[in-house]
Write a protein that binds this ligand. Structure first.
Ligand SMILES: Cc1cc2nc3c(=O)[nH]c(=O)nc-3n(C[C@H](O)[C@H](O)[C@H](O)COP(=O)(O)OP(=O)(O)OC[C@H]3O[C@@H](n4cnc5c(N)ncnc54)[C@H](O)[C@@H]3O)c2cc1C
Length: 285
């Protein structure tokens, strides 16, 4: 069992990982080898101490170099659920075996796009975030898929290999998906309505599409969907000054805890969360 699982590879996660490595803790770190979309996209960063007027890509390269030099590894996987046990957490990535950790630091950032109307309420009853976990449920059935990044193209193709028809709401340019049963929708997914067997997708233009299941593929989930039982305040994770959440052994840092959305704040909170984890582990041996 790991001492800590860090979820998210943005500025907050990087700071937590560097501090835990320095403090010799046994941790696993989930996210992306490419770190964070938000780090990479910044045009010029002028308010981060020590790096003068760098682009997001330059900052990412410095972070990557530092992670490599510290000998830290990233587990390149999306976490789909974090579940509390008596004195540990089970972390699920799709249908892989659960990973266990005594504590968790959430550094998952904030959702770029608001959830689709009806999405959060329908998770688990017709809406899925995980193609590999739930795709098999829709063999020879009709589904709708919303994707916000090209990095999920292989998941869309996988779903198309199972389903009879895929209504694809592709929120980016140049998708590589080419399965013949995929219909690229020239419209937006506006609302999801649950139903016992059939679910309805209502598009921005007002079309109603009946499907058996709906997949939403994106890089960040609402905290309460990822971690059942977590307390939120104004759409962010509620934390103390020690970055503790309402759940024992679960900490959070960075944009996911609230504004201002800034690198320096994320880095500071990641550092505090790592120190709080170490204190918690010492008190709960
Ligand atoms: C265009 C742009 C320019 C900016 N310019 C500046 C600036 O000049 N100065 C400044 O201070 N700030 C700037 N910011 C804000 C800054 O990027 C954020 O405040 C910062 O990245 C927050 O870091 P974070 O670690 O909290 O979250 P993020 O950087 O959003 O990282 C979250 C990470 O968690 C991962 N993740 C989410 N869910 C899961 C999951 N379930 N499983 C695994 N991984 C998951 C994501 O893939 C991502 O890697 C800018 C932001 C943008 C978009």
């Amino acid at each position: 069992m790991y001492d800590v699982a860090i979820i998210g590879t943005g500025a907050a996660g990087i700071s937590a990982a560097l501090t835990l490595k320095q403090l010799n803790k046994n941790f696993i770190w989930f996210g992306s080898d490419n770190l964070s979309f938000k780090i990479n996209k910044a045009e010029k960063i002028r308010n981060y101490p020590g790096l003068i007027g760098v682009s997001g890509e330059e900052m990412r390269d410095v972070f990557k170099k530092q992670i490599k030099e510290m000998g830290i590894e990233i587990t390149n996987k999306m976490v789909t659920g974090v579940y509390k046990g008596d004195d540990k957490y089970s972390i699920l990535c799709g249908n892989d075996d659960a990973i266990e950790a005594k504590t968790v630091i959430l550094t998952t950032g904030v959702l770029i796009n608001k959830p689709i109307k009806g999405e959060v309420e329908a998770v688990g009853s017709g809406v899925s975030y995980c193609a590999t976990c739930d795709g098999f449920l829709y063999k020879d059935k009709e589904i709708a898929v919303y994707s916000e990044s090209k990095e999920y193209d292989h998941e869309v193709s996988y779903l198309a290999s199972l389903a009879s028809k895929v209504y694809f709401f592709c929120n980016y340019k140049d998708s590589n998906v080419s399965n013949s049963n995929v219909i690229f929708m020239d419209d937006k997914m506006q609302e999801i309505k649950p139903g016992l067997k059939q679910k309805t997708v209502i598009t921005k233009k007002g079309e109603e599409i009946k499907v058996n299941g709906i997949f939403i593929l994106k890089s960040s989930y609402s905290p309460s969907v990822l971690v059942p039982g977590i307390e939120e305040l104004d759409n962010h994770i509620k934390v103390t000054r020690k970055m503790e959440t309402n759940m024992k052994g679960l900490f959070a840092a960075g944009d996911c805890t609230g504004r201002p959305y800034q690198y320096a704040k994320a880095v500071g909170e990641g550092n505090v969360a790592a120190h709080s984890v170490v204190e918690y582990l010492a008190l709960n041996k």
